[in-house]
Ligand binder design. Sequence first.
Ligand code: ATP
Ligand code: MG
Length: 286
Amino acid sequence: MNQADNLQKLVNSSKKAKTKFIAITSGKGGVGKSTISSNMAYLLSTFGYKVAIFDADIGLANLDIMFNVSVEKNILHLLKNEAILEDILIEINKNLYLIPGDSGEEMFKYTNNQILENVFKYPTILDDMDYMIIDTGAGIGQFTKHFLEIADEVIVLTIPDPSAITDAYATIKVCSRFKERVHFAINMTRNKDEGKFIFSKVKHIADENLRKGFSLEYLGNISNSNIIKKSVQERVIFSKEYSGSLATRDLINILKDFIFKVESRKVDFDIDRSFKGFLTRLVERF
Ligand SMILES: Nc1ncnc2c1ncn2[C@@H]1O[C@H](COP(=O)(O)OP(=O)(O)OP(=O)(O)O)[C@@H](O)[C@H]1O
Ligand SMILES: [Mg+2]
């Protein structure tokens, strides 16, 4: 390493992390959280943001399957000192990293502040991320709730099915106790109007019943699409393989709106915006 490299390292290490933590959740399972979060992360990286995606849900279709990569070690190995960060991080493409997760309870049985201090003693590539997308489990279990509490922004995803909407509302209701706002998106719609109609109904009920000052914000809809279905089966990222498809355009529209909202908000730099800071806040809740 030459002097310039050393200097660069020094500069990087003194730079404050500025990551925004975005959690994607749902009431009911199987509504497309992993599909949408992986494609969101991919698109954000193509917009030029540095993005990490954290698999906080060990569901049926994990993020490693979405990205068609194989995972040997995950965050649990890192926290148990059985792996270093470089061993578990998977570079999907330039500006996009996957952090393989493990079931929540297991993960936090082993973790405390001292462990985090040791694991993240030195600056890491994750300190540089603009966004961290967190794919959470469905429903409002204790572990998921902690993630939602400490995330900067929460996106609740649903599908038009009435029982999924009811469950999404239950999640929104819980979030309204500790969040100023929740973003809402509807997957697998027939068309734009169906999404808007569902949102107006849910918004009406939320405005009538939830805490004043809480706002439910609509991000938009993603069409029901055979291209998405096929892409998930083939383990390809639909917004990459089918960049001109309606589904991709839907998601880009959602993202543009979302980024505009998020970027125009003041970021709280009183908290440590690194992954270590995030995990520390998480651990302190257990
Ligand atoms: N817009 C869409 N159109 C058609 N099929 C879709 C769409 N979005 C997702 N799917 C399909 O729905 C299935 C479930 O998606 P996914 O695994 O992303 O859901 P999930 O919410 O992460 O589920 P879990 O709660 O189990 O984690 C996938 O097989 C995928 O192909
Ligand atoms: Mg999933």
